[in-house]
Ligand binder design. Structure first.
Ligand SMILES: [Zn+2]
Length: 590
């Protein structure tokens, strides 16, 4: 049947192994076969979605799509069906050579045809998945009513009715869809791919998938796209916005707020404020908003593109404005902060801030200026995910902080770390309260602590470029979602998380997060206050120690510690590591 002569296969400088090496996985065909309505497409789709979340490069060769182009000259005669499968096999082989995992979901009823594709491939590169389901069950499902038509004689040559289906004799994976759920079916295929070292275990079970169903958002404009945006930027309206909004531009662009890719519109804000969820039902704690003052807003309307700039007029992001609106600030504050008291820093920021809200997607063209913290500490969600995979971690706990880490928090991180593979110490470095310790000083404290007292193999230190809202329980929800986007599977939540003053009960944030954790897809690790107990001779908490707090527990208030640092005196080693205090005293003296 070969019409061309004198054709030889060329080996190129870059071969399959080199192509596979730049990905974290090998390649093979996952070839689904089974009766009509047995569930092939559903499982193939779900498999691709799961693999994609793991960072595995896949491509579904869809029957109709292939007949749209490559195979548009083929009909449904026996010869044409055979040729259809042959071409799909050849295309899939090219994909495998390119280092990609093609997934096909055709009935492919004949053993001979499937064997022909298998013969094209090297050993282990053809994974046949037999989606096994009794014909009676398939007929019952029959979503397109095809079985009925075939039985009525309206469709000829219909597999399972008037055409045979030849079961695979030794498929790599057999899935009985009348017994397994879609999720269980996908797991079974993943198990096979892992057992054959096509994908690594750490890829599959490790890093947490991004939040929502859009995957990890990437709105960082690069190369050509960035050039184009910068080229048209001079003609756009330039709007100088506060640093905290610029840091949120970065958060949106790098996918830290996935599935969001822009500032929220009125409906989204209202749903979050009133019901703690996005309009599509995903849990969300604190709205992601951009406000500008009324005069500035007058010349901005829906459909405009604007350039968001920092105080020095550097363009940070280009925004496609989809809406401008007002939102009652009292309703916002009551819902998000649980108070309208302007002594609350979050409420004050909202009340003092501009009145007009802008909604719309943003593209980041420049990172916001940063001076305090080395840029090597700014690992985007993509980078932390890669790092976790590289280390082979399959469970990662995140620790959010805006303070230096003293013994109590060191203890929390270590307790959590005992039962997972690794920890992401993830200090927030955007705007905090003026009396909080500056990010640069804190970083030095973390470095000193990690160097002296942690196992570097088990810790990733990176920073989170967003600002504190001080919204307690609501903010805890955002903090957990963000860490899921960074790939973490667990999240440490202590007493009064993200709280301020006495606005929130000590366990309110824990309770809210626990109630939503399953829906978010992250495991909260709850902690009470911890301290050094002289009688226990150890770090402890109310859970593990019942000695007399007044006599046996070493607890120092923040105010007391600040006073000591100012005087240059060292809190006890049981309260804070000397290396950390060294950094803080040096700072306090300046
Ligand atoms: Zn004790």
């Amino acid at each position: 049947m070969s019409k061309a002569t004198n054709v030889v296969w060329h080996e190129h400088k870059v071969g399959r192994q080199r192509r596979q090496a730049i990905k974290d996985h090998k390649s093979c065909i996952v070839w689904f076969t089974g009766l009509p309505s047995s569930g092939k497409s559903t499982i193939a789709n779900e498999l691709e979605h799961t693999l994609n979340n793991m960072g595995v490069h896949t491509y579904v060769l869809d029957g109709d799509n292939v007949r749209y182009g490559l195979n548009k000259n083929l009909g449904f005669s026996k010869e044409d069906r055979e040729e259809n499968i042959r071409r799909i096999g050849e295309v899939a082989k090219l994909f495998v050579d390119a280092g990609i995992l093609p997934i096909t979901a055709f009935i492919s009823p004949y053993r001979k045809d499937r064997q022909a594709v298998r013969d094209l491939m090297k050993e282990g590169e053809f994974v046949e998945v037999y989606v096994k389901c009794p014909v009676a069950v398939c007929m019952d499902r029959d979503p397109k009513g095809l079985y009925k038509k075939a039985i009525a004689g309206e469709i000829k040559d219909f597999t399972g009715v008037n055409n045979p289906y030849e079961e695979p004799l030794d498929a790599e994976v057999v899935i009985e869809t009348d017994k397994l759920s879609v999720g269980e079916s996908v797991d079974k295929i993943l198990d096979h791919l892992i057992s054959r070292a096509i994908i690594g275990r750490q890829l599959s079970r490790g890093v947490n998938g991004p939040y929502g169903s859009k995957g990890l958002i990437n709105n960082v404009a690069e190369a050509g796209e960035r050039d184009e945006l910068l080229k048209k930027a001079p003609a756009l309206k330039h709007v100088v916005v506060a640093d905290r909004f610029l840091s949120d531009c970065e958060m949106l662009a790098i996918g830290a707020f996935s599935p969001l890719c822009g500032f929220m519109n009125k409906e989204e804000v209202d749903e979050v404020v009133r019901r703690c969820m996005l309009p599509d039902g995903l849990a969300w704690g604190v709205p992601i908003i951009l406000t500008v003052d009324g005069r500035e807003a007058e010349s901005i309307k829906a459909g405009d593109e604007i350039a968001l700039c920092d105080a020095a007029k550097n363009i940070i992001a280009i925004m496609a404005v989809s809406d401008t609106y007002r939102y009652p600030k009292d309703v916002y504050c009551k819902g998000v902060f649980g108070t309208e008291d302007t002594a609350h820093p979050g409420v004050k920021m909202m009340m003092d801030g501009p009145d007009t809200f802008l909604a719309g997607e943003i593209k980041l063209v420049n990172r916001p200026q940063r001076s305090e913290v080395a840029s090597s500490y700014y690992l985007d969600p993509r980078r932390t995910r890669e790092e976790f995979k590289k280390r082979g971690w399959s469970s990662i706990v995140a620790f959010q902080t805006r303070n230096p880490i003293h013994r109590a928090h060191e203890y929390l991180i270590k307790c959590a770390l005992e039962s997972v593979d690794g920890a992401l110490i993830h200090p927030l470095v955007g705007e905090t309260k003026p009396d909080d310790i500056p990010a640069g000083v804190r970083m030095k404290c973390y470095e000193a602590l990690l160097k002296g007292y942690f196992n570097p193999q088990r810790i990733v230190l990176s920073v989170l470029p967003t600002f504190m809202r001080y919204a307690g329980p609501r903010e805890a929800i955002n903090h957990a979602i963000i860490r899921k986007n960074y790939g973490c599977t667990h999240f440490i939540i202590g007493r009064d998380h993200a709280g301020v003053g006495t606005y929130y009960g000590p366990f309110e944030a824990q309770e809210l997060l626990v109630s939503l954790a399953d829906r978010i897809g992250i495991t909260p690790i709850k902690f009470d206050n911890s301290f050094y107990c002289k009688r226990c001779g150890n770090m402890a908490s109310a859970k593990t120690c019942s000695h007399d707090p007044a006599v046996d527990h070493l607890q120092l208030s923040g105010t007391k510690v600040r006073a000591m640092l100012k005087e240059g005196s060292y809190p006890p080693e049981e309260f804070s590591r000397k290396e950390v205090v060294d950094v803080l005293i040096e700072w306090a003296r300046k």
